[in-house]
Design a protein around this ligand. Structure first.
Ligand code: PLP
Length: 452
């Protein structure tokens, strides 16, 4: 444990100075390890030392203040410490009465989350592995509740032969929504038109709702991964509820706008939805893997995942395993609690506001770089940028990744190659923003002069 602690300390001390991309591909890492399971074991210290030696060159410096890839946050020290204890305590957090210590902390974390995100206080909260599973949990609750209202019990009757359940999604929803629907046996959703920022058009939704009266789930989004944009929740929830539909919100990183008074206007009407999915390992900066499913009708979440058996302990209250797909699991709500406890409400507001301020600063600076265009309205943490043509954009990305100082990730948006600067790490500050703008400027100059 001392060897692991020393390696962890070294790793974290170097986050701001280490080159960001990994320098050792998977194949090279594999080649440095014994190819067959060795006959003899070795001591714990030797194992940790070998692990550190082999893995470190293959690590991506996600905690760097100049890392902007995908939507990946850092890890707050309090959350990391709590996560270590969760491993050391090794509690199976599924049953309230069996492991009451960690369950108490998770239940308080759930309460605090509802308070911080301004969601209905009697909602059920499930601690899952990430937002994909949180979407799965919310959509499972939706499916089972809507079909139960039509006299169909999914738990016993399955989905084959069930009344048709329609799922309406924004044209720019995240792919994890499609995955969750696939796992639930619901097939591909029906897209509803979105505007230039990727926001679902509420008039198009209303029109779609009117075409059919089958039970319907509307899946809205808080935080588009390219634009950061938020679907207009108030008109979406009004239209959906007029039609008797369930509204689920994928808010992997965007739900956290609700924590900030300055940003709350972005999520107006959010609390009118029926279920919400978010990540703790993005904005809240807990270690992986940590997501949160919230369902207004607590009974609906338990209907989807509840289970009893003679060999289990059953509490008066719903047991944690009845609110998530897993039975056995680590107490991943404990690092969530620790992150919130270390930040406090004001620290959480500062964290979210700082990410947004950095994104705006980055966008203003990048817009000045000759040949670069910021493609989105920067309302939140995402800045999507392109050069004059796809080839130049990709060349700039390659150059940045080779230099290793600044790390945006590549994507395509509205038929263009783009660089995404997703400000998701709490370590990003004004200095990192200024360095990033300078580095990108130089990369664009080098690439375009080279083409000259
Ligand atoms: C990251 C993300 C997801 C998926 O979350 P995981 O934690 O990777 O499972 C879903 N929706 C959006 C908008 C995301 O950004």
């Amino acid at each position: 444990m001392t060897a692991a602690l020393a390696a962890a300390r070294r790793w974290r001390a170097d986050l701001a100075t280490r080159p960001i991309p990994a320098t050792q591909p998977v194949g090279a890492g594999r080649a440095r390890l014994p190819q067959s399971l060795p006959e003899q074991g070795m001591t714990a210290v030797e194992v940790v030392e070998e692990l550190v030696d082999v893995v470190e060159p293959g690590l991506l410096t996600i905690g760097s203040p100049r890392f902007f890839g995908w939507v990946m946050g850092g890890t707050l020290p309090a959350a990391l410490g709590a996560d270590w204890l969760v491993s050391a305590w090794d509690q199976n957090a599924g049953m309230r009465d069996a492991t009451p210590g960690v369950v108490a902390v998770e239940e308080v974390a759930g309460q605090w989350l509802l308070e911080a995100l301004d969601l209905p206080s009697s909602s059920a909260v499930g601690f899952v592995t990430g937002c994909t599973t949180a979407n799965l949990a919310g959509l499972a609750a939706a499916r089972d509740a809507l079909l139960a209202a039509r006299g169909w019990d999914v738990a016993t009757q399955g989905v084959q032969g069930a009344p048709r359940l329609r799922v309406l999604v924004g044209a720019e929803r995240h792919g994890s929504v499609d995955l969750a629907l696939r796992y639930l046996g619901l097939g591909a959703p029906t897209p509803v038109a979105a505007d230039a920022q990727g926001r679902m058009d509420p008039d198009a939704l209303r029109a779609a709702l009117e075409t059919e009266d089958s039970p319907t789930v509307v899946c809205a989004q808080a935080g588009n991964i390219h634009s950061g944009a938020f679907d207009p929740f108030a008109p979406i929830c009004a239209a959906a509820h007029d039609a008797g539909a369930w509204v689920h919100v994928d808010g992997a990183f965007g739900l956290w706008a609700a924590a900030s008074p300055a940003l709350r206007h972005l999520v107006a009407g959010l609390a009118d939805a029926d279920s919400w999915a978010t990540d703790a390992h993005k904005t809240l900066s807990t270690p992986y893997d940590s997501g949160v499913a919230v369902v207004r009708d607590a009974g609906a979440l338990r209907r989807a995942f509840g289970h009893s058996a003679d060999y289990l302990l059953h509490s008066q209250e719903p047991d944690p395993h009845e609110l998530v797909p897993e039975m056995s699991r680590r107490a991943r709500g404990v690092p969530v609690w620790a992150a919130l406890r270390s930040l406090g409400r004001s620290g959480l507001v500062d964290l979210v506001d700082r990410l947004v301020r950095s994104a705006r600063g980055l966008a203003m600076g990048l817009a000045e770089v000759p040949g670069l265009t910021v493609l989105n309205d920067v309302v939140y943490t995402q800045v999507t940028v392109a050069a004059t043509d796809d080839e130049t954009t990709l060349a700039v990305l390659d150059r940045l990744h080779e230099d290793g100082l600044v790390y945006p990730s590549a994507s395509r948006w509205h038929d263009r190659a783009v660089m995404r600067f997703s400000v998701s790490g709490y370590a990003t500050d004004d200095v990192a923003v200024a360095q990033t703008i300078r580095t990108v400027w130089e990369a664009v100059e080098a690439v375009t002069v080279g083409e000259g």
